[in-house]
Design a protein around this ligand. Structure first.
Ligand code: DHB
Length: 308
């Protein structure tokens, strides 16, 4: 079965890769992704300098999903700039996720990372976990201004990682702006920001930062993710490739993302729960689903969701 994907001119032997943030902070983690069946190596969202992140506990998984408030722990862009050339040995695309607390941070990181030419850059407009810093992706004009400036710096295919939107007017406003900018791909969705998980036995929050508020991931967010993939697929008429992220636990979930319009997918919570062996399982399960349904490739099912 052909599970490959081509996105912004970059070929992925396997359409399933890690989501930024999941097991991709350190050199060891990035190399383990390189040796795994992940279709790409996606880095943790990086800032201009090393960050320890928020106090622990800051990640908690439970039967329906996960909640996190990591606070952008990362090695800093100068260190990733040293690591990225070495990651090429694994023969798969390297995607650098860039972030910042201020627009100037994104530009600083973009300058440093463009130099080492990752295959793609994913601009993270949607980190929900920095106290006092709203998610840029919820402000169309702030996103436009930042992406315009990044467009002048980044010379590899530049995509955006967006937060979930819950109203068609927001999908439309964002899609109009992204069309004007000419982004190479869209990754949807980042975690559902600022949820709250409660431990009723201990009568407390399950994570420490921000009074227990954090980004939700895992199976509970799949319908929100599929709606965002579908909304952007339709608004872009299938002309801007979409990376579907959110709620993938099985090969069938990958198939659902494909039907809604995803060209490739990313996994976060399930990767943290299962480790890099999960890529092999998903590959097997997705291959079985596609074969049973008479498809010859993952690409063939893309966008084919029937609307009743
Ligand atoms: C973090 C979480 C996110 O969802 C994100 O997009 C970036 C960073 C974090 O807390 O580290």
């Amino acid at each position: 079965m052909d599970l490959s994907a081509t996105l912004a001119g970059v070929h992925f032997a396997n359409c399933v890769m890690n989501a930024a943030g999941a097991l991709c902070v350190t050199r060891d983690e990035l190399e383990a992704l390189g040796r795994s069946r992940s279709g790409a190596i996606v880095t943790k969202s990086m800032t201009p300098a090393f960050r320890d992140g928020n106090p622990s506990p800051r990640y908690h998984s439970f039967p329906g999903g996960s909640i996190n408030s990591m606070g952008l722990p990362n090695l800093g862009s100068p260190t990733y700039a040293v690591l990225i050339p070495g990651l090429r040995q694994f023969g798969k695309p390297v995607m650098a996720s860039i972030a910042g607390l201020e627009p100037a941070d994104f530009l600083d990181v973009a300058h440093v990372i463009t130099e080492v030419r990752p295959d793609l850059i994913e601009v993270n407009l949607s980190c929900p976990n920095i106290p006092g810093k709203p998610q840029i992706g919820y402000d169309v004009e702030a996103s436009r201004s930042l992406l315009q400036r990044l467009n002048g710096v980044i010379t590899v295919p530049m995509g955006v990682k967006l937060p979930p939107y819950f109203d068609p007017a927001h999908h439309e406003a964002m899609a109009d702006m992204l069309r004007e900018i000419g982004v190479a791909f869209v990754s949807v969705i980042n975690s559902v920001g600022n949820g709250l998980v409660v431990d009723p036995e201990r009568e407390c929050t399950v994570i420490k930062p921000k009074g227990g508020f954090g980004g939700l991931g895992g199976s509970m967010i799949k319908p929100v993710a599929l709606a965002n993939v579908r909304a952007f697929w339709k608004l872009f008429d299938g002309r801007v490739p979409i990376i579907g992220t959110g709620g993938i636990v099985s090969g069938m979930d990958v198939f659902e993302h494909g039907l809604c319009g995803a060209s490739a997918v990313q996994i976060g919570t399930v990767l943290v729960d299962e480790g890099v062996g999960v890529f092999e399982r998903l590959e097997r399960e997705l291959g079985e689903v596609l074969a049973r349904k008479g498809y010859r490739s993952f690409a063939e099912c893309r966008g084919r969701l029937r609307e009743l």
